[in-house]
Design a protein around this ligand. Sequence first.
Ligand code: MRU
Length: 350
Amino acid sequence: MNTPPDSIRAVVWQEGELRLLDQRRLPDAESWLRLDTAAAVADAIRDMVVRGAPAIGIAAAYGVVIAARQRYRENPADWKTALEPDLEQLAAARPTAVNLCWALARMRGLIQCLDGDPVPALTAEAGRIHEEDIAANRRMGELGAAFLDGVEGVLTHCNTGSLATGGFGTALGVIRQAWGEGRIRRVFADETRPWLQGARLTAWELVRDGIPVTLLADAAAAHLMHTGQVQWVIVGSDRIAANGDVANKIGTYGLAVAARHHGVKFMVVAPTSTVDLGTASGADIPIEQRPGEEVLGAGGRHIAAPGAAAWNPAFDITPAELVDVIVTEAGVVERPDRDKLAALMARAAA
Ligand code: MRU
């Protein structure tokens, strides 16, 4: 077996500074931003400098370190009160991915117990969130790849790789692992309109790591299945509700419907930080609406007929009954439902 390729990191904490690879500019430019306020981190999350559910949680955790450092310097006696608006600003940056609030809740839990200079303990906790995410991705890679024996083709959507996580990736981690183990012969990726995470980011990652990738327009996915070229659709998630409904990048639901129709298996790969037992079903998951200009334009240029309006939900909900397997670092759940997910999360917490 070859070692799965894994050369990319997009969120870096170095010498007390948060550095983010600016994903808006890929693949044309590899430019890094240095962020030194919570407001700048919140803006970077909202504006998609950093995106992908686990990655925005990790960036927000480092954002808490930056904010706490500033508030403690300004007011060592009452820094926790002064920090509250920073935490709220970070939490409000994007609504759908639960990993953002999950990471902030973890940092908050630690803040409650701290006396004196908070920076060393908070830096260590943010680093743990980051490292645990990479470890979870590696474990999910192994668990997910085990489902893929002698597979002719897989299709993925959006970007779920090193750019979207601490490193290695969720769905793309499974694909990296399966490719390294020689379990799959071809990788297809949807271009993922309107933001083109597939064409710009997934293709960049895979080409860079030496994994051949074939891009297709989102609208070609059902035909790809109909012509028998893929046996699995493998995607990530921004939030999995208690009943197993899955929020993910817009277009995922359509893939799941088409996959079931064609007898193609549907795998969701997400760490337990994405599972939200506090949200009963997909109907309760907030769906982010993004600016219409993302749909009306392409490559920074307005292309739609002047006067046309746009509807631009960034995510959709795939009902649990269309999911064949959810892979987490704590184990896999086939044909997910409320009881199986509750049991998985209880095992993970034990
Ligand atoms: O809008 P984005 O690019 O943040 O959306 C990302 C996705 O939908 C991913 O599939 C999801 O976050 C899982 S990534 C590990």
